[in-house]
Design a protein around this ligand. Sequence first.
Ligand SMILES: [Zn+2]
Length: 180
Amino acid sequence: MQETPTVVRTIPEPERFRSRSYLDVLADMPSTESCRISPAAMRSMHDSAARHYPLEACGLLLGRVNPLGWGIDEAREVANLNTERAADRFMLDPQGYQAVDRELAGSDREIIGIYHSHPDCPARPSPTDLAAAWEGFAYIIVSTCEGKPADTRCWALNVTGERFAAVHIDIEADSAGAQP
Ligand SMILES: [Zn+2]
């Protein structure tokens, strides 16, 4: 068996990511809000992204919106219905969405965002991602290279709703090993 060398992976940047239409997707200023995410949610999102490589994975981000931004405590994978272009497009299964939405009804948690992966592409949103974006949602993109998560970034529509602003990701301290 061949060993996988431990090298820092360079994320490929296809030409289109440098095109005007892709650059126009991004706002100059980062978001003033931030995204707090539990290590468990981060892990399941990364596992999902890696498992589907070289295709795109997608799923829902669950938790609570707070005055500082988003608090994500769970990432739930949902089927990508776009099988034709599953390497560079995703279409989140609306039935999967509705099922989770129903499950959370009456609780203080809700669907507050969406994640998807960009196999062998930067973790920056595309014009297609922008066209599909909802106001108030956090959008996490996981770049996957050679089957592994290589970069994880969060985005949200800016105040004008015309572009994606970068959102700082804050990973909560892992409580798994903490003493009771
Ligand atoms: Zn995308």
